[in-house]
Design a protein around this ligand. Structure first.
Ligand code: PRP
Ligand code: URA
Length: 210
């Protein structure tokens, strides 16, 4: 597994506002979008492209275009949906599939309640979006799901990660082509499985408590 933790003052600044418990949902949503766009730039460094020939007004030259099949972006509902706009702003021709997962807050085990993905992901580059990597249970389940469908290459973008979650993803994906891109690597999990210092419940911060 490759791990990339963003180190950029603009990302840290935006994360600081996101972490602040007084930041309202409207601001939280737009900041999450901006942060994902910045992280997408790093996460797509190895996106597959192919050479194309074009004519400029001056001459013929070669450039690149995204390869087929196009990348698949997979937000993990609910909170991952708040990251989708920021990603497709840079990858407008990507296809989008959905995984709905919720963590049981007593056992911290994830369960899947929705899935809308192509049956065959052979050869697809997949990008998973989930703002929080806590115990890693949800992300490991999502990545395994994509590999079972034939994906060979998965990049996950998370706004915040805990060391425990990073270790869990690393252990569960040994030998597989997995990249983890984090906005920040936080200190630890607390006794309730929340990231410290974190930002609280990302889904609630984005959409309110339901
Ligand atoms: C949050 C978050 C991740 C998961 C992380 O989702 O968006 O999916 O928890 O925790 P883990 O690493 O310990 O699995 P949650 O289950 O709260 O669902 P939601 O997106 O519907 O709020
Ligand atoms: N899920 C969240 O939304 N926040 C955390 O800190 C941990 C899991």
């Amino acid at each position: 597994m490759r791990l990339h933790v963003a180190e950029h003052p603009l990302i840290t600044h935006k994360l600081t506002v996101l972490r602040d418990k007084n930041t309202p949902s409207s601001v939280f949503r737009s900041l999450a979008t901006e942060l994902v766009t910045l992280l997408t730039y790093e996460a797509t460094r190895d996106v597959r492209v192919e050479t194309v020939s074009i004519e400029t007004p001056v001459t013929t030259t070669e450039g690149v275009t995204l390869s087929h099949p196009k990348p698949l972006v997979v937000p993990i509902l609910r909170a991952g949906l708040g990251m989708l706009d920021g990603m497709v702003a840079l990858l407008p021709s990507a296809e989008v599939g959905f995984l709905g997962m919720v963590r049981n807050e007593e056992t911290l085990q994830p369960s899947t309640y929705a899935e809308r993905l192509p049956n065959d992901l052979t050869g697809r580059q997949c990008f998973v979006l989930d703002p929080m990597l806590a115990t890693g249970g949800s992300l490991v389940a999502a990545i395994n799901f994509l590999f079972q469908r034939g994906a060979t290459d998965v990049t996950a973008i998370c706004l915040l990660g805990a060391p425990e979650g990073v270790a869990a993803v690393e252990a569960a994906t040994e030998g597989k082509n997995v990249t983890l891109v984090l906005g920040a690597l936080d200190e630890r999990l607390n006794e309730h499985g929340y990231i410290v210092p974190g930002l609280g419940d990302a889904g609630d911060r984005l959409y309110g408590t339901v």
